[in-house]
Design a protein around this ligand. Structure first.
Ligand SMILES: [Zn+2]
Length: 255
């Protein structure tokens, strides 16, 4: 039994075959699929899917760092409004992304800080996206007076020191398709960090695991990620499924 803790199957890339994609995931023992929000345009589709696939798909709410633009305050109040209207399992995805565009770095910091505060206020885990911005992310988190956070560094791309720091702050690490690439660094981190601190994710339709690189990723491919982790840690696939699913159930309070 596996849980895909980060999947964008509500996006248009899946419009032609979304139901089949979910069926394939279920057939591959992926029993739950968690849906991180991007901005005000994605909320309704996420809610529709979570309604249709009750106890399989679960909604998050948040403003993605690459969607932080001139109108970010409007977007944040939109998100704030939704929180009281619906049950969400997490605030996500939020964070810092300085890979594509640094124009809105200050706005990104404000939006990230505001949403971490929101996750604390509503007692929800924070699902954090970081790209080329570990220093900035840690500096925002450290400015918030909180000994232990609850959440996940999704699609973890930092080094071992970043990993240990995140875990000390109370976060889990989300491990996806990148672990199957010829990337010694992430494999080393997976080897070093206890399974109790990891959750699995596909980040569909992005970052497909080997042997699907260059294709559209989907939640059913999570099994390839779990198999790679079992190989790296030299444990059974069942053990990987059992522990990482337990971690996800506990973090997101899934039944
Ligand atoms: Zn994502």
């Amino acid at each position: 039994m596996l849980i895909d803790t980060h999947s964008h199957i509500y996006l248009k890339e899946f419009d032609a075959d979304r139901d089949l994609v979910i069926e394939r995931a279920l057939n591959n023992s992926i029993l739950k699929i968690l849906l991180p929000n991007i901005d005000s345009h994605s909320v309704l589709e996420i809610l529709r899917l979570s309604e249709k696939y009750r106890n399989i798909c679960y909604p998050m709410i948040g403003l993605h760092p690459t969607s932080v633009k001139e109108n970010y305050e409007e977007e944040l109040s939109f998100i704030n409004n939704w929180i009281s209207k619906n049950k969400f399992i997490a605030i996500g995805e939020i964070g810092m992304d300085l890979y594509w565009d640094k124009t809105f770095v200050e706005e990104q910091k404000i939006a990230f800080n505001t949403q971490v505060q929101l996750s604390i206020k509503h007692n929800l885990p924070a699902v954090i996206h970081i790209r080329n911005a570990f220093a900035e992310t840690f500096s925002v988190l450290e400015s918030i007076n909180k000994a232990k956070f609850s959440g996940v560094f999704h699609c973890f791309s930092g080094n071992l020191v970043d990993a240990q720091k995140a875990i000390e702050m109370g976060f889990l690490l989300g491990i996806g398709g990148v672990v199957t690439y010829k990337n010694a660094s992430l494999q080393e981190i997976v080897k070093e960090i206890p399974l109790e601190k990891l959750v699995l994710e596909t980040d569909s339709p992005y970052l497909p695991p080997v042997p699907f690189r260059g294709k559209r990723n989907e939640s059913g491919y999570l099994i390839f990620i779990a198999e790679k982790i079992a190989e790296i840690k030299n444990i059974s696939l069942n053990k990987v499924g059992e522990i990482t699913s337990e971690n996800a159930r506990e973090l997101f309070r899934l039944l």
